[in-house]
Design a protein around this ligand. Structure first.
Ligand code: 6PG
Length: 479
């Protein structure tokens, strides 16, 4: 077996197969391995003409086919299947070799694996790959973590197969050591959830309050996609909403069960944010909205609860309302991205990753699910001020959100009055108002905590912690 393959891919389901093809199409010799060899043979049979594949049957053959330092990419399910594949291959590798995990692994699993393999001199590169099947084949956004040494060897290859941003730059960056790449991918998915929830709320408001049909709403999204909301998710929303179900002739969106599923990366984003103390309310509402939609029995039992049913506006008002919804959607989107980038920054500090937020937004301009012109604006904001405390501190975004104020609030008044749930829009505005509030009810919370738990509080007029003797003369003592 010649050891000429620059990269090996084990796990040839759709994502693994398409990444292997992408590497081969870009001129690399690609070693192939799959637990069931039939899948390996099928790939070579169907796509062997696309490049130089080395088909292997066993782990030993697979490793022997790789040039040094060996680059072995795992594309299997996150969790135990990934650990099993690592255990199978690690003993066959030598110091300096690398294992790349392109699955949606939890970053803490990646940190553990990187630590364990580092002791054997093997680089473990947890890598976020975003863009679905099409992205894997034609150019994903790639978010590798791991050591600088591994990126020196692997980076140029990833840059070659990645999506390219509008300015031609590859949508890859070394996110940082150990689990940084999978952490960034996790937050990408959390932002994706928030984006999708906000789009869903805009759709429902245009449907129920403006009274538009799915086809009309598709046209509205197509128009929005030519402006500041230009993005993959807005683009595909127009496609989904304009699609007609062949079996019934009804709008496709009306024949789909309204119960959203989730593989878990959005949930992780919120769980980690809770641990980091980062308010990602937009992402959290998106996760909860998916969960709520799945409680069919609870929803059925609640259907008759008192509350308004939306009465569609007249044609003359519907257009103006749609313009307001665009403002609310864009303002809420700025808030969701502000929260997501805050989480990345907090994770970077917590785990000492030194993540470059400008570089992360730059690689999200192409290939990934949240790809959008908007991300180039975020890149510019962080490149101009790497220490930007929040995206809302960027003058341009602050001005845009200021301009959206009235419409944003009007849309929420309409949603509230008409009984249309808009948890994402509401959470975004509540976050925004809380950030800019002179005083928050947290002062009362501290008083309550001190009353029932003697948990102490701080004063606005002097240093220190204090406790009030609530059960006695209510005098104040320094804690
Ligand atoms: C991507 C996607 C992908 C995601 C699946 C399922 O970046 O290509 O985010 O990684 O996991 O599309 O997502 P959910 O089931 O969590 O919605």
């Amino acid at each position: 077996m010649s050891n000429s393959a620059q990269i090996g891919v084990t796990g040839l389901a759709v994502m693994g197969r398409n990444l292997a093809r992408n590497f081969a199409r870009n001129g690399y010799t690609v070693a192939l391995h799959n637990r069931t060899a039939a899948r390996t043979h099928a790939l070579v049979e169907e796509f062997g003409h696309e490049g130089d594949f080395v088909s292997t049957e066993t782990a030993k053959e697979f490793v022997e086919a790789l040039e040094r330092p060996r680059r072995l990419m795992i594309m299997v399910k996150a969790g135990e299947p990934t650990d099993a594949v690592i255990q199978e291959f690690a003993p066959l590798l030598e110091p300096g070799d690398m294992i790349i995990d392109g699955g949606n692994a939890h970053f803490e699993d990646t940190r553990r694996r990187e630590r364990d393999l580092r002791d054997q001199g093997i680089h473990f590169v947890g890598t976020g790959v975003s863009g679905g099947e099409e992205g894997a084949l034609n150019g994903p956004s790639i978010m590798p973590g791991g050591s600088k040494e591994s990126y020196a060897s692997l980076g140029p290859m990833l840059e070659k197969i990645s999506a390219k941003a509008p300015d031609g730059s590859p949508c890859v960056t070394h996110c940082g050591p150990d689990g940084a790449g999978h952490f960034v991918k996790m937050v990408h998915n959390g932002i994706e959830y928030a984006d999708m929830q906000l789009i869903g709320e805009a759709y429902q408001l245009l449907r129920d309050v403006a009274g538009y049909s799915p086809a009309q709403i598709a046209d509205i999204f197509r128009t929005w996609n030519t402006g500041r909301l230009d993005s993959y998710l807005i683009e595909i929303t127009a496609e989904v909403l304009s699609h007609v179900d062949a079996a019934t002739g009804k709008p496709f969106v009306d024949v789909v069960q309204d119960r959203a599923e989730q593989k878990g990366t959005g949930r992780w984003t919120v769980q980690i944010a809770l641990d980091l103390g980062v308010p990602v309310s937009g992402i959290a509402e998106a996760v909860f909205a998916r969960s709520l939609s799945g409680h069919a029995d609870l929803r059925a039992a609640s259907r008759e609860l008192a509350g308004p049913k939306a009465k569609p506006l007249g044609d003359s008002e519907a257009g103006a309302f749609a313009d307001r919804v665009e403002q609310a959607l864009y303002a809420s989107k700025i808030v969701s991205y502000t929260q997501g980038f805050h989480e990345i920054s907090a994770g970077s500090d917590q785990y000492d990753w030194d993540i470059d937020l400008g570089a992360v937004s730059a690689i999200w301009r192409g290939g990934c699910i949240i790809r959008a012109a908007f991300l180039d604006r975020i890149r510019a904001a962080y490149d101009a001020r790497p220490d930007l405390p929040s995206l809302l501190s960027d003058e341009t975004f602050a001005q845009e959100i200021a301009a959206a104020q009235d419409d944003w609030r009007e849309v929420l008044v309409a949603a509230t009055r008409q009984g249309v749930p808009a948890p994402g829009f509401s959470a975004a505005l509540a976050y925004y108002d809380a950030l800019r509030a002179d005083r928050l009810p947290a002062a009362l919370t501290q008083g309550q905590r001190d009353f029932f738990g003697a948990h102490t509080y701080r004063r606005v007029d002097r240093e220190g912690s204090f406790h009030t003797l609530w059960g006695g003369d209510r005098s104040e003592v320094e804690a």
